[in-house]
Design a protein. Structure first.
Length: 589
């Protein structure tokens, strides 16, 4: 058995996908919300028997390799290595990996060593004493420092660079990683005299760093971050997710803070279902990450969420993604870090008492502008209505229209009128929205259903015989379905039973997506149930009717042409054929 099949056999596709997509049993398969497009009704189906998945909403599908490649934007060799490690299979060294993949592998090794280097200096070396003392003063325990892989970068110009070059990394690799910079007199470390935070992807691999000054300096940025690299794209990651994702999944709630200390202090205070966005605005990529683990988003941001345009933009995206959004009322002048360290119990209560976002912006606007004067009411409505216009759910929107009207003591119809005059702008880009698969014709859908009825039957040979009594599979209009049918006929002529996996191994790659899709069609939902034979007769009858309608349409066109030519002989023959086809259609209808 080759490496690929070994990995497939040892990888439970349900367990793999369940790490990021909540799945529910649906007959012999599992169902969930697709992680690749926005949807509210599950159309993402996983088959444990065949180790495949398919989304009937966006059309994507495949096996464990394609799932990981799609989910984490990996090339095949990267997905292969991750799944091989997961399955405990040692891969034979290959020379055909792309240059880009090899570079990413090197950069992952480099970042892992850099993380160890920084962490060692903080926890074991004398040079990290000041930083250790500072963190202890903030109430951080050794266990917490270890959990979040905190580190320290010393003041020296090239400590990390020297360490990594001794480990075999080139100056060019260090430059690409963003950890070393080229100066006039040589190379120097990007991070110096800073506490180091390790930014990991959801698999726990370090992909970037952030550094905070121990002592603020007027001419130096308090925080600096890794630049974008082949491993790291700004706005694509969430700090702490690899550590907190299980807490988020269990609660169904993601508490979102801005910075690293906000997260670590919240975590220590008992709010463990938390992530940091490293900024004030959620990005599309971060929302997609959160959506995999949570249904509710609780914002605990330093900025005035209602008044900050960047924050509102992220909230609009989260709302369109179907997340329930709430906001924590943070005491004035404090950030989550301060609030959590000052009183852990009160911070937990504040997070638990988070209010729905639209209640928050309404309360915030009224607190700032008041409602006693006409122009004050106008200011409130000018701020609140554009936000209400972006609510996707009409019932939720109607609730807040009524609430705004009550608070402003204005007729609800007037508020609704004002709302209609605002044109909402959808926040998600086209690439984020579902890209529907190419629509199939009625005939193609029926042909697909017939193939599904045979493949999923309790007795596939008997089902195939029944289909062949009704129609000739070689006359099917869909070329791919026809080729699979002919392969199925050949297979069952040599085997007493159908093994779909064995059938699949004999098919060319271009037929596999259709076979997988057909195999995952929910026939019980489609109305087959126990009535398999009746369903085959019904669908083959529909297929004959479609064929007759096409024939009648073609004959009608020929009749019109013959009439224009005054071709009486052809007209007589064509009308006879037309009457025969029409009579046959009536019998079937």
């Amino acid at each position: 058995m080759d490496e690929l099949n070994q990995i497939r056999e040892r990888t439970s596709i349900v367990d793999l996908i369940s790490e990021t997509v909540p799945l529910k049993k649906a007959g012999r398969n599992f169902k969930g919300l697709c992680p690749f497009h926005q949807e509210k009704t599950p159309s993402f189906v996983v088959s444990p028997e065949r180790a495949i998945w398919h989304c009937f909403g966006c059309g994507k599908g495949g096996d464990c390799f394609t799932f990981l490649m799609e989910l984490e934007h990996l090339e095949f060799p990267e997905a292969l290595k991750i799944l091989a490690d997961r399955a405990g299979i040692k891969l034979v060294k290959r020379s055909d990996s792309s240059r880009e993949v090899r570079l990413k592998e090197r950069l992952l090794e480099l970042h892992a060593l850099a993380n160890e280097f920084y962490h060692y200096l903080l926890t074991k070396h004398a040079v990290g004493e000041r930083a250790r003392r500072y963190l202890k003063e903030r109430g951080m325990t050794d266990a917490l420092i270890k959990t979040f892989s905190l580190g320290f970068a010393p003041q020296a110009w090239d400590n990390l660079g020297k360490f990594l070059r001794k480990k075999g990394f080139t100056p060019q690799e260090l430059e690409v990683s963003g950890l070393s910079l080229r100066g006039r007199s040589g190379w120097f470390d990007r991070f110096r005299d800073r506490i180091i935070f390790s930014l990991k992807n959801q698999r726990g691999n370090t992909v970037a760093f952030s550094g905070r000054l121990l002592v603020a300096k007027a001419d130096t940025a308090k925080y600096i971050n890794s630049p974008e690299t082949p491993l790291y794209v700004k706005g694509d990651q969430l700090y702490g997710l690899s550590i907190t994702k299980d807490h988020i999944r269990k609660s169904g709630i993601a508490v979102v803070v801005e910075g690293e200390f906000d997260l670590i202090s919240s975590y220590q205070a008992g709010v463990t279902n938390v992530v940091a966005i490293k900024g004030s605005a959620l990005t599309e990529a971060q929302i997609r990450l959160i959506k995999r683990f949570a249904e509710r988003l609780v914002l605990a941001l330093d900025k005035d969420v209602a008044g900050d345009a960047a924050s509102r933009r992220g909230i609009e995206l989260a709302d369109q993604a179907g997340l329930e959004i709430r906001v924590v009322d943070i005491p004035s002048g404090k950030d989550p870090d301060e609030a959590a360290r000052e009183n852990a119990h009160l911070w937990q209560k504040a997070v638990a008492a988070a209010v729905p976002f639209y209640d928050f912006i309404l309360t915030s606007a009224i607190a700032r502008f008041g409602t006693s004067e006409a122009f004050a009411k106008k200011k409130v409505s000018d701020e609140v209505l554009p936000q209400l216009s972006k609510i996707v759910n009409p019932i939720v929107q109607a609730h807040y229209v009524k609430l705004l009207a009550t608070k402003l003591e204005i007729n609800e119809e007037k508020v609704s009128e004002a709302l209609k005059n605002i044109k909402p702008q959808l926040g998600f880009t086209k690439k984020t929205l579902a890209v529907a698969p190419t629509p199939r014709t009625h005939t193609e859908l029926i042909e697909e259903m017939i193939l599904a009825l045979v493949i999923q039957a309790a007795d596939p040979p008997a089902a195939l015989n029944l289909v062949s009594e009704q129609i000739d599979p070689s006359d099917l209009t869909d070329g791919v379905i026809r080729r699979i049918f002919m392969s199925l006929i050949d297979y069952l002529s040599a085997h007493e039973k159908l093994d779909v996996n064995e059938l699949a191994r004999g098919l060319p790659p271009e037929l596999m997506p259709t076979l997988d899709r057909v195999y995952l069609i929910d026939l019980a939902q489609a109305g087959a149930g126990k009535y398999w034979e009746q369903e085959i007769r019904r669908t083959t009858s529909l297929l004959k009717q479609d064929s007759l309608r096409r024939k009648i349409s073609g004959l009608a066109t020929e009749v019109t042409a013959a009439e224009k030519r005054s071709d009486e002989a052809s007209l007589k023959e064509l009308n006879t054929q037309l009457n025969t086809a029409t009579t046959a259609l009536k019998r079937l209808s």
